[in-house]
Design a protein around this ligand. Sequence first.
Ligand SMILES: Nc1ncnc2c1ncn2[C@@H]1O[C@H](COP(=O)(O)OP(=O)(O)OP(=O)(O)O)[C@@H](O)[C@H]1O
Ligand SMILES: [Mg+2]
Length: 364
Amino acid sequence: MNTVTEAAVLQALSSVRDPDFNRNIVDLKFVRNVRIDGGRVSFTIELATPVTSTKETMRVLAHDLVARIPGVTAVQVDMTANVKAAISPEINKAPVEGVKNVIAVGAGKGGVGKSTVAVNLAIALSQSGARVAMIDGDIYGPNLPIMLGISTQLGSDGQKIVPAEQYGIQLVSIGFMTTDDTPVIWRGPMLHGVIQQFFREVRWTNIDYLIVDMPPGTGDIALSLSQSVHVSGSVVVTTPQTVSVADTRRAIKMYQKLNIPALGLIENMSHFVCPSCSHESDIFGKGGGEGLATELNVPFLGRIPIYEPIRIGGDTGVPVMIGEPKSVAAQAFRSAAERLAAQIAVTNHAAAGVKRPIPLTQVR
Ligand SMILES: Nc1ncnc2c1ncn2[C@@H]1O[C@H](COP(=O)(O)OP(=O)(O)OP(=O)(O)O)[C@@H](O)[C@H]1O
Ligand SMILES: [Mg+2]
């Protein structure tokens, strides 16, 4: 009769690799709660991101490797995820209470789909099990309440503002504090104050990813954001045309100057997907965003097609991730969200001093 040992289980599991980190799950300390009861073995694999298409493959591989150990009669594998909090290198910036990672979604230009991408990425992250919140950083023209289909006034729990909630996403927006047609005129200090308030005076609870939808251009809000909190990084949205690509280069450089690293680039409105036959055509040519990402040494997170239901979803408050979760467009958001989550995980892991981040282009 063979006695099963923890060492043998870990030895078998060291052949399971996490593709985001390109390292085995034992070295990464992802294997938890190993229990051995005669021939019955159970353990948990705790990944660094809930958003991973390789989770099931890893579970099956881990199960089969352990099942092959002599003496093992039954194997139970539980898959969980624990998103790590970003570690600020700047000691003067207190972490945002209840928030692990702040992500800015921006662009060099207006109208390229920042808000649309931010909303659908947020929903994709949430649908995979993460706790996600959004701040509508566009305090001049807040769009998120409409895009998420929320019409409400923000409440309070007596101490802090309580965010609104829809589709699993918690949201604060200046849109909840003004009437529809009134233009908001902000002076610099007021603007800084409201951004501060969104982070410090809102009841955020155990949020893995707090996504900030940035207003167009390279302006005050980004500066205010970088001065207020530690931002894990930015997602920069571009369209394939040359002008937008030049603006994008400037935006990435601006964020880098503000000590906000670029987590990745997304090319939106990249190719056309016909709503009736799903045929795809590259009306602007192919590869602009990806080429720029390579040039600037920024991970490329993916291409989102031009697809009419994306626009309709934004106008009607039912984003495409909710209205058409099986569409090509939703799949594109899902895979961009997965790459984003992976990039955050490797960045945080590196900051914790374990290993340098691996560029995603080498991993996938
Ligand atoms: N991939 C897409 N396919 C079809 N329509 C899209 C797509 N992305 C965005 N849109 C539409 O383009 C318009 C602009 O998008 P959005 O408001 O998200 O851009 P933005 O960059 O946030 O703009 P602003 O600079 O004004 O904040 C919206 O009507 C939106 O529904
Ligand atoms: Mg916008």
